[in-house]
Design a protein around this ligand. Sequence first.
Ligand SMILES: [Zn+2]
Length: 136
Amino acid sequence: MSGFYCKCGHRTSTTVYPSKFEGDLKWQTESEFCSDEAYKLIEEYLNALQSGDDKTWLKKVFSPPYPFETITPIQVIQDLYSRAEGMKGRLIRQCENCQCIYIQEEYGSDKWTTYEKEEELDQPYSRNQFQRYLDD
Ligand SMILES: [Zn+2]
């Protein structure tokens, strides 16, 4: 059973996909990088497909037991997209009990930064204070 323990002691399961408590976080620069990589890989694959070298190309990109002989072009494109998406970013998790947020340093890292939910303010910001904040 996959899951994570929060510092509040609650264990949140991450076995279900898609999960309401786990996702990916990418900065816009990282999203752009991943999109560019996906387009590049897909273009290379389509060129290889057109020239009949697709099986050779796939063997340079994927390792066995990848189903080189039976995979369809649309499945290859999905796999290339997933591969590119996984090149940058980090996991983000939320404790379902206390709403604490955990952000991974990078994919595969064991280092996480924790963000606690702030307590409700006794005196809510006035509209003017809020507006000033938005104008900055
Ligand atoms: Zn918690």
